[in-house]
Design a protein around this ligand. Structure first.
Ligand code: GAP
Length: 539
């Protein structure tokens, strides 16, 4: 699937728009249109329902080590600045950047890619920010310009090795920046914090600076005690939260995949240290299955365990759930969700002060030059007392952390389909459709009177009103029925219901399935029951 086609459908049919488009847009920010908002809400509602409100805490869910409880939270976006100091985001949440003295542009060091090229005795590392499939063409064009050559001279360029990241090049004097015309214009890499800063209060100065949260997780950790004290949950239990997060990404790209404002769906699952490896495995598998159940196929969805050198200093295990997004080169996958075993790092950091590994490799409060805690914790006791086992401990945490926008994008990419099907007169017709899972589809059914006369609109509106009480349905009486089907297929509506000349005489209505094109008759009074049956998951 070509990404351009999906992007164009999303704009044309009101799924996604560039933020502030009439002013030229704002890089890394996206607005969901009338259909996009429904789709994203359905993704979030499916997550909340499947993980939180639909969870049965009285039974042992398949694969789980025991019963467990789930509850939710909705915390503020701006939190006490100390939260981010103890979480590690203040010190560690940064990317390395290089600036170009010539073009005045800034790039993420690891995202600039280039290739070594030689012409006669001159050698350079020519770089670009182009997508991988357009890279080589860019390298060639830029090398020709650099060496003052014409297109017909391309054969005299000698390429060395494959394209690679700028991080592998020690001497920046030999580098041609992505938007530069001369060599050596890139600065040495510098750290850049990804948190958005803001000032609290009218008279606020930099000392009152606060941050827009870069993840929802910390709101859960700092409310751990409140939840335990107020809701009688007992370990093992999870707290879920979804909401906006903000990261000042250096190079937002690939549609909504890397945005500066996005939504996360995170669970912090608290358990006894001894059982935490089993819970980690449970959540890894459970979350992977969730995407499969909603339509992502196994061949484009992978569960990838991090290598030991990829793990955070506190993590005993992390796995990413990754999807083969169509904008990536074949064989590459992009992260949808991370499932991490975080040990007791977060609760202890908020209790004692920011932790770091000491000389013996153990987590201890990080000290400053005066031997005092570098970032002081809250001092509040965030341990848990198990009154049955009569023991007190700091729970270990398993964190399944998903992105609502990335999941929505993956479902859209997977759903985009072009096929060739017979129209109502039996002639082959090319069609574009979104094969969205019915739970995710923005509109569940469209209701059409076959023609705008003979009482059909009135009968159709009656059915539409009955359905509307339960589902998001759409009424359409304009254009031929074929065109109306096509419009609904393109936005992923799983069922169309047509009212025709036989309906008034008790002959029922026609249901049509978007994917199989199968049609069947249903009694006019049975539409609500039929659609409920169709939309109820069978598993
Ligand atoms: N609390 C852990 C955490 O935030 P993360 O891997 O940085 O982990 C979790 O983020 C998820 O949030 C990612 O798997 C991704 O789905 C989503 N996400 C992260 N940065 C994003 C961005 N810039 N744009 C869109 N989604 C993003």
């Amino acid at each position: 699937m070509e990404m351009d086609k999906l992007v164009s459908l999303c704009k044309r049919r009101g799924f996604l728009f560039q933020s502030s488009e009439i002013y030229g847009g704002l890089n890394g920010f996206w607005d969901y249109g009338p259909l996009g908002v429904e789709l994203k809400r359905n993704v979030k509602e499916a997550w909340w329902r499947d993980m939180v409100t639909g969870h049965d805490e009285l039974s042992v869910v398949a694969g789980a080590p025991s019963e467990y409880e789930m509850t939710g939270l909705d915390c503020t976006i701006i939190m006490h600045p100390q939260v981010w100091k103890c979480s590690g985001h203040y010190d560690l949440f940064h990317d390395f950047m290089v600036d170009c003295r010539e073009s005045k542009k800034r790039y993420r060091h690891d995202q600039v890619r280039g290739r070594w090229v030689t012409f006669r005795d001159k050698r350079a590392f020519v770089t670009t920010m182009a997508e991988p499939d357009k890279e080589q063409a860019e390298f060639e064009q830029k090398s020709l310009k650099l060496f003052n050559l014409r297109g017909k001279d391309a054969g005299s360029l000698v390429w060395e090795g494959e394209a690679m990241s700028l991080t592998k090049v020690p001497n920046l004097a030999e580098v041609l920046g992505p938007d530069a015309k001369t060599l050596g214009t890139l600065t040495e890499p510098r750290e850049f914090n990804l948190m958005f800063k803001t000032i609290i209060g009218a008279l606020g100065s930099d000392e009152d600076a606060a941050f827009l949260r870069p993840e929802t997780a910390q709101g859960i950790f700092v409310n751990f005690k409140n939840v335990v004290d107020s809701s009688r949950v007992r370990i093992p239990f999870g707290i879920a939260q979804m909401g906006k997060s903000f990261r000042n990404e250096i190079t937002p790209r690939n549609f909504t995949f890397r945005s500066r404002e996005f939504e996360q769906m995170e669970i912090e699952f608290f358990c006894k240290p001894a059982s935490s490896p089993e819970w980690y495995k449970y959540w890894r598998d459970r979350r992977y299955q969730w995407y499969l159940d909603l339509g992502l196929p196994r061949e484009r969805l992978q569960l990838r365990d991090h290598h030991a050198d990829e793990l955070s200093h506190y993590s005993c295990g992390t796995a990413d759930i990754e999807y083969a997004f169509p904008f990536l080169p074949p064989g590459e996958f992009g992260e949808l969700e991370g499932v991490a075993h975080r040990g007791d790092f977060d609760l202890r950091s908020h209790m004692e002060g920011k932790l770091a590994k000491d000389a013996e490799g153990k987590l201890a409060v990080e000290l400053n030059a005066d031997g005092k805690p570098k970032h002081r914790g809250s001092g509040k006791d965030l341990s848990y007392f198990d009154d049955q086992a009569r023991e007190r401990f700091v729970p270990h945490v398993i964190e399944p952390s998903a992105g609502a926008d990335r999941a929505t994008l993956a479902f859209l990419c997977e759903a985009y389909t072009e096929d060739n099907v017979p129209d109502e007169n039996g002639k082959p017709r090319e069609r574009t459709l979104l094969k969205l899972h019915p739970r995710l589809a923005p509109i569940k059914a469209a209701v059409f009177p076959l023609v705008k006369k003979d009482g059909m609109p009135e009968a159709a509106q009656k059915i539409y009103r009955a359905l509307k009480k339960h589902f998001n349905v759409f009424y359409d009486e304009g254009a031929s029925v074929g065109k109306r089907y096509a419009r609904q297929d393109e936005v992923g509506t799983p069922y169309c219901i047509t009212i025709d000349g036989e309906t008034a005489g008790g002959g029922g209505v026609t249901f049509r399935d978007r994917d199989s094109l199968k049609q069947w008759r249903v009694g006019a009074d049975d539409c609500v029951a039929e659609l409920s049956k169709l939309l109820t998951p069978t598993t």
